[in-house]
Design a protein around this ligand. Sequence first.
Ligand code: BES
Ligand code: MN
Ligand code: ZN
Length: 495
Amino acid sequence: MLDIAFAKPALPKSGALVLLIAEGAAPSGLWAQADEATGGAIGRALKVAEFKGAKGKTCAILAPGAELSRVLAIGIGKAGDVTRKILEEAGGAITAALTRDAAVAIAADSLTGAQAAEVALGAVLRAYRFDRYRTKEKAEDKPRLAKLTVLTAEPPKAKAAWEPLAATANGVFLTRDFVSEPPNVLNPAEMADRCRKLAELGLKIEILGPKEMGKLGFGALMGVSQGSANEPRLVVMQWHGASGNGKRGTRDKPIAFIGKGVTFDTGGISIKPAAGMEDMKWDMAGAGTVAGLMATLAGRKAKVDAVGLIGLVENMPSGTAQRPGDVVTSYSGQTIEVINTDAEGRLVLCDVMWYAQQKFDPKFMVDLATLTGAIIIGLGHEYGGMFSNNDALSKQLHDAGQETGERVWRMPLDEAYDKQLRSDIADMKNVGGRPAGSITAAQFLQRFVTNNRPWAHLDIAGTAWSSKDGAVTPKGATAFGVRLLDRLVANHYEG
Ligand code: BES
Ligand code: MN
Ligand code: ZN
């Protein structure tokens, strides 16, 4: 991660300087000082560029004088309308544009300390790179930026605000690393082993293997896994931040987060076409997001009791693979006719959801899954699909999404869709045909929610990975959901 420092405003003697400029604002503070030190070069350049500080506009000025390598002006819109999201995006614009200087100073002297930390978060998130497997990249092609100094009138306040945000960035990066890893490296056992290391953060980690899950009767999950040479895992990550570790009996019911972790989805015997199949390495994004979220909550010592459960399997075709037509008995006891082995995510989730409820009786649960291609048809890559049996939880998630930019849109649940799941020989089929493919998947999952417990299902198939750079997400793994759910917890479930 980029090195972040906060310091009192002082004009840097060299390197790059960033000016965050509100719409229509007159030069003051570091901006005015820099303009003077460069003999008015900044003012002249901004005028020629017709830069007025509108949100998202930038203007780069090379070698303006005063031994600065460059000045980057970034518009943050009207001073009264500045939001966390605008500041994060401004931070993202900094690290997207300034990769050649090793050190960059950001003039945030017109902002509060807390706002300065928000700029830093955006900058750090946008600077993520997954370069573990590049051995031949030339040094001059690598980004040089290593240190960001945020100049603020309130360094101690900025530092205090930065601490939990740094934990969030670490959680996001953990998720992005998981999702980016190739599927030969990140199989279920490897992912579980990496989760085990999160115990360092104070999480309690338990891992179940095929023996334990077989004994418990995870017939649906084990059916998906049976075609693979790689064993399945269930990882349970507990964070006791509200009640303190180990004080039994004083605990409130926890919140549960559940993730689909298919480390590679070939489709199984209902095999997928070759084109684009490599994308199915990120079919564990739901699980990766839950792991990153739990790391975030622990890293910032969130005052909440939460448990994350991830079902890890590989969906392969082989002589031992399950067949279309197989009937499996889920952990809940409900039987499922597996019509299509490529609708495997719901088979994994249903057993993990049931286990989460049996074991923890959570006050509510949210599952995340790259569950259906159909959600991409419905919502594209801008919104995640949200399905919920609870209006209050839906609203909280919707609002947290707007704040973080990880936006979700509610889709319907309705028992009218249930007839699409009727089976002639079992309690249900695992697919409901082409119409409303994302909804029938959610209807399937709802059959594994007990006592009408508040529950939300987030279908992140369209948002977990991006083929284009975003404001705070370089192309590739986005970690969509980590910040959304971290904010959900921070807004409503702490203290
Ligand atoms: N992992 C896929 C869904 C997916 C598709 C995720 C594209 C990301 C990008 C899931 O397991 C799947 O194969 N779903 C099927 C369900 C169908 C067989 C009912 C699909 O969406 O086609
Ligand atoms: Mn599939
Ligand atoms: Zn899948």
